[in-house]
Design a protein around this ligand. Structure first.
Ligand code: GLP
Length: 261
């Protein structure tokens, strides 16, 4: 696992966007794993800028969201497929038919979950999976104690996650759905490159536990310790409980320019 510590979230965006530029130059039909939440928005903004000003193209790409609430009406502004289209894919040249998310309105949610895993496989697997981290260490909607080898499935959100996400529902925790479909930790681990972002003091404990703590389902993002190509990009606030920050900073500074993350 590579840990990149940057002064502010704004400094993370070009470093992560470079990984996409490099991927798309080599593989224009890349498969992108996309995340919602506020954390990746700076990266999406930088990719949109590169599209508009530098011609970075997503025309041949397909994308798969990490997760989706169960039961939100189609087109609800906080539905994750709606979110990702609004915040990213509709602002670049992505074909809307190639933007996917789990179907939280399916009659048969279990089948929708396994079909989603299969669709990712059929697309050839995810090239870059971008990830945020929850304050309790969750990845996508894999709450603490999720199986470390789980597949896409139905999950119940913790009350902490529902109250964290109430800010997107006018502060009304009761409006936040209780269930979701989420890629499993095993599904996420199949992405060829996993990039996890964490910003702010409220992520500091989770980042420290997941990066430097023991591998444990109590801290679901700790599974990334087993990933052959995982990059964790954190700002100084989110890095504030890490113990090896000096090493991470020196290592990143010393990398050859061509290597990237
Ligand atoms: C939700 C999402 C996660 C995200 C987390 C953190 O639970 N399902 O994918 O990482 O929120 O959100 P934020 O980035 O807004 O802190």
């Amino acid at each position: 696992m590579e840990v990149v510590v940057v002064p502010t979230p704004e400094d993370a965006a070009p470093i992560v966007a470079d990984a996409y530029s490099k991927l798309l130059a080599a593989k224009p039909k890349a498969v992108l794993g996309l995340a919602t939440g506020s954390t990746p928005l700076g990266v999406y903004a930088e990719l949109i800028r590169r599209h508009k000003e530098e011609g970075l193209s997503f025309a041949g790409c397909s994308s798969y969201n990490l997760d989706e609430y169960v039961g939100l009406p189609a087109g609800h502004p906080e539905g994750y497929l709606t979110f990702i289209k609004r915040e990213f894919t509709d602002q670049v040249d992505f074909d809307p038919d190639d933007v996917h998310g789990p179907d939280g309105l399916a009659d048969d949610l279990m089948k929708a979950a396994s079909d989603y895993d299969q669709a990712i496989k059929d697309a050839g697997g995810i090239d870059i999976q971008i990830l945020g981290i929850g304050g309790d260490g969750h990845l996508a909607f894999n709450m603490p104690m999720s199986s470390l080898s789980s597949r896409t499935r139905l999950k119940t959100l913790t009350s902490k996650t529902r109250s964290d996400n109430a800010r997107f529902f006018d502060g009304d925790v009761e409006a936040v759905p209780k269930m979701c479909l989420t890629q499993g930790l095993g599904t996420i681990m199949e992405a060829r490159h996993a990039i996890m972002l964490g910003f702010g003091k409220n992520k500091a404990q989770a980042v420290a536990e997941c990066v430097e703590g023991a591998l444990s389902s109590r801290w679901p993002a700790s599974i990334l310790q087993l990933h052959p190509h995982a990059t964790v990009v954190v700002d100084e606030d989110a890095a504030s409980q890490l113990r090896f920050t000096g090493y991470y900073i020196d290592t990143f500074k010393g990398k050859p320019d061509w290597q990237g993350i």
